[in-house]
Design a protein around this ligand. Structure first.
Ligand code: ATP
Length: 253
């Protein structure tokens, strides 16, 4: 007998994503030595969207990014990248699959010039180095103006732009961003997040970790709050906003 099509199943069929999430953590646990710091984390970054993972100091946000980039093997649960189970895959394998992270501290080489920092990122080999640097200067004109300057002497905002330009040079499908606002003036942070939103509209999937939430939430498509190694809230940005301050005060559960 033919199954009755209810309103719900029709809506589900329409709303169901045609492609798997760019990144999925399913009940992931992770530890440093014997100390477990992620206690069953589940989240999904849909393709071409920004997911903001928020939470106070020591919540486990960076650890979740380490798991997602292959730098820390989960002790339990599943890690999927674009629908493929990748638990235990080495960072270089995930990088080849399009996963690119900008670590806290930006990961640039302070004693190399802007141009040298960019050229180092052309290892994936699809584009000639000159094309990669020219694309970076087009997106970030200030980097073009400062191409011969040592990266360590750039302003904080310029260094973050360089870090993003380096990441984009690898033509990533999934970007993992750790506290890009750190130490930067609110106006610069706003500009960087504008760019993050633009990258998502170009099809890049983005997981961004932040302690201070407002700017990230403004451009995010989905968000979660992590406290003590657990996701305590997840949903649309407007659904978690009210819980953000509670989380920082240790009241969310
Ligand atoms: P922050 O916003 O301060 O960077 P976070 O939410 O990113 O914090 P994590 O850096 O993931 O938190 O840290 C989660 C817990 O794991 C903390 O208790 C931290 O002390 C611990 N931790 C992080 N890195 C290590 C490590 N390499 N060895 C041992 N413990 C660690």
């Amino acid at each position: 007998m033919m199954a009755k099509r209810t309103k719900t199943t029709t809506a589900d069929a329409v709303l169901a994503p045609a492609v798997p999430p760019a990144l999925e953590l399913l009940d992931v646990t992770a530890a440093y030595g014997r100390i477990e710091v992620l206690h069953g984390v589940t989240l999904a970054v849909q393709p071409g969207t920004v997911f903001a993972l928020l939470g106070p100091n020591g919540a486990g946000k960076s650890t979740a990014l380490k798991v997602a980039s292959g730098r820390l093997v989960p002790t339990g649960g599943c890690l999927h990248v674009a629908g493929t189970h990748v638990n235990g895959a080495k960072p270089h394998r995930l990088a080849r699959a399009g996963v690119c992270s900008i670590p806290e501290g930006r990961g640039i080489f302070p004693n190399l010039t802007v141009a040298e920092n960019l050229r180092m990122m052309t290892f994936r080999g699809d584009l000639p180095a000159d094309a990669v640097t020219e694309q970076a200067y087009e997106r970030f004109p200030v980097l073009g103006e400062r191409r011969t300057q040592l990266a360590g002497t750039l302003s904080g905002g310029e260094q973050q732009m360089l870090a993003m330009a380096r990441a984009l040079a690898t033509d990533p499908s999934l970007l993992l961003l750790d506290e890009i606002s750190m130490g930067l003036a609110p106006m610069i942070v706003g500009k960087l997040y504008e760019l993050v939103g633009q990258l998502a509209s170009e099809g890049i999937s983005i997981l961004v970790v932040e302690q201070f939430a407002r700017t990230a939430l403004a451009i995010a498509d989905a968000a979660a709050i992590m406290v003590g190694g657990r996701i305590v809230r997840t949903g649309k940005p407007q659904d978690v906003t009210d819980d953000v301050s509670a989380a920082y005060l240790g009241a969310a559960s």
